[in-house]
Design a protein around this ligand. Structure first.
Ligand code: ATP
Ligand code: MG
Length: 236
């Protein structure tokens, strides 16, 4: 579903991704790990056409179609949706309005999102800005699902969540997984990533994939986790 090949991208201040390649198959969940500043957000933004960063080489294909250089709204039309780092819901719109404006035809609809996150039903008429951080994360995920994406990009959905909300979000991501769409999940939470991933890639300092493999291998290899992710499993 996603085929990134030799992608080079960065900012006026410097190149971040230097010939990065990875693929995500239909229905697969690929977890993207890496320390702060290794380029996880840069990659997700480059894939969905958001600027900056500027892609300067290589290619991004979605379902076989070249999307490199297309503006974000055109990439979105091809079935790519991003749950951005830091949520970014429309604060002045109600919960229900946030969901309705994202709607596109497909299996996911308002009822499906209410079922996934009953808490949002209680909040449906409230401005999104009044939600807690965890509720905003639920809304951001729900909004992406409403677009019925073929490829769902998620940027650190666990960031800043209290443990109980983190457990709930982990459980729900587990439900979403395997429902057909490909998922590229950028995370620093190793436990979450290993619990959900079919496969793991770790971004390294060279601006490329430093390690990739199955989650079970990574779980059994604390030195790789220490070196490339900077954390041991269970450290957070
Ligand atoms: N808008 C920008 N302008 C210039 N440099 C940027 C910009 N955004 C990110 N960078 C730089 O690009 C590099 C990669 O950043 P990026 O946000 O992609 O990392 P990340 O892996 O998502 O980190 P984190 O885990 O903290 O979210 C960092 O050195 C960062 O300082
Ligand atoms: Mg980031």
């Amino acid at each position: 579903m996603l085929d990134v090949r030799d992608l080079t991208a960065g900012y006026a201040t410097g190149t971040v991704l230097r010939g990065l390649s990875l693929t995500v198959a239909a229905g697969e969940l690929l977890a993207l790990l890496g320390r702060n500043g290794m380029g996880k957000t840069t990659l997700l933004r480059a894939v969905c056409g958001l600027r900056p960063p500027a892609p300067t080489g290589g290619s991004v294909r979605v379902a076989g179609e070249e999307v490199t250089g297309l503006p974000a709204y055109q990439v979105a039309r091809r079935g790519v949706s991003l749950v951005p780092q830091g949520r970014r819901v429309f604060g002045s719109l109600t919960v229900e309005e946030n969901l309705r404006i994202a709607a596109r035809p497909g299996d996911w609809d308002l009822d499906g999102v209410w079922e996934l996150f009953p808490r949002l039903v209680e909040r449906r008429g409230q401005p999104a800005a009044t939600l807690s951080g965890g509720e905003q994360q639920m809304l951001a995920i729900g909004r992406s699902l409403m677009t019925n994406p073929r490829l769902l990009l998620m940027d650190e959905p666990s960031e800043g969540l209290a443990p109980a909300v983190l457990d709930l979000i982990t459980d729900r991501l587990g439900q979403i997984r395997g429902q057909g769409q490909a998922v590229l999940l950028a995370e620093q939470n190793v436990d979450l990533a290993l619990a959900l991933a079919d496969r793991v890639c770790i971004l390294g300092e060279a601006g490329t994939v430093a390690w990739s493999g199955p989650p079970a291998t990574l779980r059994d290899d604390p030195p790789i986790l220490r070196e490339l992710v900077g954390l041991e499993k269970g450290a957070r």
